[in-house]
Design a protein around this ligand. Structure first.
Ligand code: APR
Ligand code: ZN
Ligand code: ZN
Length: 377
């Protein structure tokens, strides 16, 4: 494609709806409108959140263009984009943010951009006035989180396209859009792990392995990875964990962790999103320590707390949404860390795949194989 002033063609992964699965389709995108940019996608990760959508755990609207973890190059900008120095320009390498603070509300002004009251993106562009993508036959398509990265091209809000150093290969940069920011941010910016802390990370997929990297970056003295798969423990050791614990049953996991840190760890980071592992996390942490919840459950799920014991523990439970990060500053910083060799993102890219092979990537995720599969366009 070289004309972005008229509707243009792309190929995209589309979720047809509950029980209807995925299809790879020819779609038509509108040119970027005011405040929008067109991006040629270079890479898109396959995240467990995408699997939640396919399993209808979140009851999202359909049909929907999938993907929320991607990197690409800006190929056109709509009117008004370019007024601010930080605006993306044609040729810039960008990482897409699945939600971005507005920069204007009271929380943004108060320095809490991660708690923005009126964020950009996050919704799926399903109302008629928001439609930007259609099936070849004309049916309007929603766009996951307004960025739908599993497509050869996408049109997104300028705020969602964050300029980064192009020296980091797009395969790795794409993961900064979700797993890396979510996991590293959970350790650094939500949990605020400090040098010398003992940290347990439960669940070592793309998100949990990123939390391991974050804890190591913060200078944790012990980083203990917990997972059901030995292969994930091996990966964790490669990206900065000091120990691995194979999760069989909760009593054995607890005993193994206690063996490594008598009083319990200062931090437990849960990166799966199951009520059972969330409950385990709150029981593992030391008195006065912090449990950080990262993994997303299905909607409506609840977890139990031993309230009597919890009050006496004096510990804290905090929620980490997108690593408590502000993408416009966090993405360039994380990309720089990766270029400088402080974040081994390449170690969690288990396979590069073609758009047409995305179904196989979900099958592998269901089998708990590999860390991150990345679609390369
Ligand atoms: N005990 C221990 N480990 C488990 C268990 C369990 N009961 N169940 C699953 N795991 C491990 C898997 O072996 C896998 O290594 O959890 C890991 C999950 O990894 P992925 O499926 O790759 O998930 P990821 O993309 O990292 O996302 C994790 O964060 O953003 C959310 O929606 C996302 O809820 C998901 C979570
Ligand atoms: Zn994700
Ligand atoms: Zn705001």
């Amino acid at each position: 494609v070289d004309d972005f002033t008229a509707p243009f063609a792309a190929r995209a992964v589309v979720w047809a709806g509950p029980g209807k699965g995925l299809s790879i389709e020819d779609v038509v995108l509108d040119p970027p409108g005011p405040g929008e940019v067109a991006v040629r996608m270079l890479a898109s990760g396959v995240c467990h959140s995408d699997l939640h959508i396919l399993d209808d755990d979140w009851e999202l609207p359909s049909p929907l263009v999938m993907g929320h973890e991607g990197a690409g190059v800006v190929v056109a900008v709509g009117s008004g984009v370019g007024r601010h120095p930080q605006d993306p320009r044609v040729g810039d390498h960008v990482v897409l943010a699945w939600t971005a603070p507005c920069g204007r509300c009271a929380r943004c002004a108060g320095g809490d951009g991660h708690l923005c009251a009126t964020p950009v993106g996050g919704d799926h562009r399903t109302s008629p006035d928001q439609v930007r993508v259609r099936r070849a036959a004309g049916t309007p398509l929603g766009i996951h989180c307004g960025i739908g990265t599993m497509a050869t091209y996408q049109v997104v809000a300028a705020e969602a396209a964050v300029r980064v150093d192009p020296r980091l290969p797009a395969t790795q940069a794409s993961l900064v859009g979700c797993a890396i920011t979510t996991g590293v941010g959970a350790a650094l910016w939500t949990a605020r792990v400090e040098a010398g802390d003992e940290v347990v990370v439960i669940g070592l997929g793309g998100v949990g392995l990123s939390a391991v990297m974050g804890a190591a970056l913060a200078g944790a003295s012990r980083v203990i990875g917990v997972d059901r798969e030995q292969s994930k423990l091996d990966l964790a050791l490669q990206v900065g964990a000091t120990h691995g614990v194979l999760a069989t049953d909760d009593a054995l996991t607890t005993a193994a962790v206690r063996e490594l840190c008598d009083d319990g760890p200062d931090h437990v980071i849960e990166a799966i999103g199951l009520p059972s592992t969330i409950e385990l996390a709150t029981r593992l942490v030391r008195p006065g320590g912090t449990t950080t919840l990262v993994g997303l459950t299905r909607t409506g799920a609840t977890a139990a707390l031993d309230t009597y014991r919890f009050v006496f523990s004096g510990s804290r439970i905090v929620a980490s949404n997108y690593g408590s990060a502000v993408p416009s500053t966090a993405f360039p910083r994380l990309v720089r860390h990766a270029i400088e060799g402080q974040l081994p993102i390449d170690a969690i890219v288990s396979q590069e795949i073609a758009l047409d092979d995305v179904e196989a990537a979900f099958d592998a995720m269901r089998r708990r194989e590999g860390a991150r599969q990345v679609i390369v366009f």
